[in-house]
Design a protein around this ligand. Structure first.
Ligand code: GLS
Length: 838
């Protein structure tokens, strides 16, 4: 191992500029990076140069820990979690790394002594938006917790050149703009072209007999893609563990087709390169739905194959026999996006590494574990057989064989039940044939988990019922969690400091310690500090809204926030119906006493999801009218904050009084925004859906605003025959709200604009807005009443935070480690030879 020298000046030892953590050392390192990496000096340096210089300064400090971690994992061949995910919504790295290194204050001082403002530099970072929403953000929280809990892990995914699109709002409509997160370079990653991996696509297979007389299959692909890993170190909170996020970029195996080039076809020669690079070009911008596009399947096999081959490379590199692959690695499949891993691992073991079917199958099942993240039928991935076979002919053969063995097993357990065989088959043969990826994941994994108690129960009773009956022992629940480092320490320093001043700072690693706050709930001084912090944070958001949207907001109003992807099941339009209800009351009685509210929305809609985009337009249109109607005065404001992202979320959660978690029961698998809001002292108005159920259990029903139908009530109502029109005709306020929209009041008299939305509500209302409307309005009226009692509200807010301990992603990861991964922590000591002098 190389020794990093410490500079000796006479007898005085100076901290190394790449590792030291003192203010003086950080300043020197910062300037060093500005000169020698950015090639700039202060007079001509841009803000981005300063950001880059700081990022490299911080990265140097991570590298010391990263290398130590890698040395120890390699020496000990430590058991490792591979977290396979098509999405990692990491958010900005700089601030988080400062928190986890424990040098936020030193760096703030260092840059300020150089005449710079840390907040300004943090703002500069273009976040890697390599995910759509909750699923990708969960993956990021889990990587943070694995590093913090010192669990050896590798995150594997795709380094999309264009992450989630930027959202602009024009004339109230969402407009998509390509994301440019890489345009100034990415200081956090290191490319590892020496570990490139080749992935085959298309072509055909051939059977042959090998030299030992065995039946074998050879795959002659149409195309080969090269995957180049880009590694980012991920440091745990106040540990020395720095794990790796390894994202693959697609390239052509050779930059040029020299044959074509030599014959003068220069453009043709570059063509293959372009086609190959397409694979990692862009993230599919759909959350909770599947598109069934060829390129998407190609992305999935690309990153899965690269990752599994990489793991095999590591296994060999650490002298672990391949027969022990499952002892070295446990591979968690984040939803069905990487489910092709079942067939790919089989193929690698059998075709490439000469293993027999039974042994390969046993290793595959022992290695893989599957997390389901959705109850929405449209999100359950299936691929037309024709498309699948064209792209992955060998995998299709393997899937047929797995299916054959599997259906034999089903027959043995449930004789004479052909309907069950049809339902459970890996191939859907009801019409055009499809490969069912969730079934493949269930059969090929040793563990199947949902992400909240209710979700897991509904998987067992409904979506995966047959699989639960077949393999009850595989099923388990792992309720989601969020990292308190990013979502309170970094995003809400004021509340963090207040909490730590009372109970110390152990809670950052042991979130359950927040319960000690309960001792202060009757302390008037503490309550008043709590309230003034919330109020100061709201003031900041007021200034932001003024700047961004030009809307003047009353900081004393209830900040009622719904920030999440736009989807009909999440029912942002139910929230809109409430706004119009209040508006109608004011119009009918301009002097009515209404608790002032600011309705804040944030979130993107999938570009092809017309109804979700129309809901965004509706909210903006309501805002235009309500915000400018003199009758309303200061009582209601509607604000749509565009381009919701992790960076933006960190600003919004701390400012919320009320968190809207109002999906139709039985649709939201878990939700994680619900946890982040509550952790920052917002009270929740919500249905009994996803993790809301458990949040309410923890914080106490008196500290949670519950309303609406439960999941069984939803099923029962639908089974009875739901008629939304009946609700419209029998509910005076609801009718007035719908009629107000229909009249063109929010669309400059245009009665057609929102008709598709109104028709879908009046005649279908798949997500039961009308059925839940009255309960929602009553509950909101109660919220308004409670808010007037400021002491009571503050008390509820404190109790919410104090009782959020369960929802740390550390708890989730601890449970995965115990119940699924069977893995222990590996603490990292900074080796003598590369340890910085303190
Ligand atoms: C999701 C679910 O919709 C969320 O309820 C869940 O919290 C999240 C993480 O488990 O996964 N599934 C999905 O496709 N997108 C999500 O956000």
């Amino acid at each position: 191992m190389q020794t990093v020298p410490n500079h000796q000046v006479d007898n005085l030892q100076i901290e190394d500029d790449r590792t030291g953590l003192s203010v003086e050392c950080l300043k020197r390192a910062f300037l060093d990076n500005l000169f020698y990496v950015q090639g700039k000096f202060p007079k001509i340096a841009t803000k981005n140069d300063y950001y880059m210089a700081l990022a490299y300064t911080v990265r140097d400090r991570l590298l010391q820990r990263w290398i130590n971690t890698a040395v120890i994992y390699t020496d000990r061949a430590s058991r490792t979690v591979s977290y396979l995910s098509a999405e990692f919504l990491m958010g900005p790295h700089l601030g988080n790394n400062l928190v986890n290194l424990g040098i936020y204050d030193q760096v703030k001082q260092a840059v300020s002594e150089l005449g710079l403002d840390l907040e300004d530099l943090l703002e500069q970072e273009e976040e890697p938006g390599l995910g759509n929403g909750g699923l990708g953000r969960l993956a990021a929280c889990y990587l943070d917790s694995m590093a913090t809990l010192e669990i050896p892990s590798l995150g594997y995914g795709i380094r999309y050149e264009f992450g989630i699109f930027d959202q602009d709002i024009r004339d109230g409509w969402q407009v998509e703009i390509t994301d440019k997160w890489l345009h100034c370079g990415n200081p956090w990653e290191i490319a590892r072209p020496e570990w490139a991996i080749y992935v085959r696509l298309g072509g055909h297979t051939e059977a042959y007999t090998d030299e030992r007389g065995r039946y074998r299959v050879r795959w002659i692909p149409f195309q080969v893609i090269k995957g180049v890993p880009h590694d980012t170190p991920l440091l745990g909170y106040k540990t020395n563990t720095a794990n790796t996020l390894r994202l693959w970029t697609a390239e052509a195996p050779e930059s040029f087709d020299f044959a074509a080039f030599n014959s003068g076809d220069y453009l043709g020669a570059v063509q293959e390169k372009m086609v190959s690079e397409n694979l990692s070009k862009v993230l599919y911008p759909n959350d909770d739905s599947s598109q069934g596009k060829r390129l998407r399947l190609a992305q999935q096999i690309f990153f899965v194959s690269c990752s599994l081959q990489d793991m095999i490379r590591i296994v060999f590199g650490q002298n672990v026999p391949l027969e022990k692959f499952h002892e070295k690695f446990v591979v968690q499949l984040n939803d069905t996006h990487p489910a092709i891993a079942v067939a790919e691992l089989m193929r690698l073991l059998i075709d490439e590494h000469d293993m027999g079917w039974d042994q390969a199958w046993s290793i595959t099942q022992k290695s893989l574990a599957y997390t389901n993240h959705t109850l929405l039928p449209e999100a359950l991935e299936r691929w037309p057989i024709s498309l699948f076979g064209e792209l992955l002919p060998r995998h299709l053969e393997i899937i047929y064989e797995i299916n054959y063995h599997f259906l034999e097993e089903v027959k043995a357990k449930f004789p004479a039940d052909s309907d069950r065989l049809r339902r459970m088959s890996l191939i859907d043969e009801s019409g055009e044939k499809y490969v069912r990826m969730a079934h493949l994941a269930c059969v090929g994994s040793h563990s199947i988990n949902g992400v909240a108690a209710l979700h897991t129960k509904l998987l067992q009773q409904d979506v995966l019922r047959d699989f639960y009956q077949m393999y009850p022992e595989k099923f388990n629940n792992k309720t989601n969690g969020v990292t308190p480092r990013r979502f309170i320490v970094l995003s809400n320093p004021r509340l963090t400091n207040l909490i730590s001043s009372k109970i110390g700072d152990n809670w950052v690693k042991n979130l359950k310690d927040l319960k000690h706050l309960e001792a202060f709930v009757d302390d008037p001084e503490f309550c008043s500090q709590w309230r003034s912090i919330k109020s100061a944070i709201k003031q900041d958001l007021v200034a932001y809204i003024q700047k961004q949207n030009g809307i003047t907001v009353n900081p004393d109003s209830i900040f009622d926030i719904q920030a999440k992807r736009f989807h009909e099941y999440k029912r942002q339009h139910l929230n809109a119906l409430h706004i119009i209800t209040l508006y109608n009351r004011i119009k009918a009685n301009p002097d009515i006493d209404i608790t002032p509210r600011t309705f804040i929305f944030g979130g993107k809609a999938a570009p092809g999801y017309y109804m979700a985009k129309l809901i965004i337009k509706l909210i903006n249109s309501i805002g235009d009218v309500v915000n400018n109607d003199p009758d309303v005065r200061d009582r209601l404001k509607v604000v749509f904050l565009k381009n919701y992202s992790v960076k933006f979320a960190q600003r919004v959660y701390p400012a919320a009084d009320l968190s809207e978690q109002i999906s139709m029961a039985g649709k939201e698998a878990s939700g994680t925004g619900n946890m982040k809001f509550a952790l920052n002292g917002a009270l929740t108005i919500g249905t009994l859906d996803g993790a809301n159920v458990e949040i309410r259990e923890e914080v106490g029903e008196e500290n949670f605003f519950i309303f609406g139908l439960t999941a069984p009530e939803v099923y029962a109502l639908k089974a009875r025959g739901y008629r939304p029109l009946d609700y419209y005709h029998s509910n005076r306020e609801l009718k007035a709200v719908i009629d107000r929209i229909a009249s063109g009041h929010f669309s400059h008299g245009d009665t057609k604009l929102f008709k598709p939305l109104l028709d879908s509500l009046l005649y279908r209302d798949e997500y039961l807005l009308f059925a839940d409307y009255q309960a929602y309005i009553d509950c909101q009226d109660y919220v308004s009443q409670v808010y007037r009692d400021r002491d009571r509200w503050t008390r509820m807010s404190i109790l919410n935070v104090a009782r959020m301990g369960k929802f740390s992603s550390d708890r989730s990861i601890h449970d995965y480690c115990q119940d699924i991964w069977n893995i222990q922590s590996v603490p990292i000591e900074l080796g003598e030879c590369i340890q910085a002098k303190e």
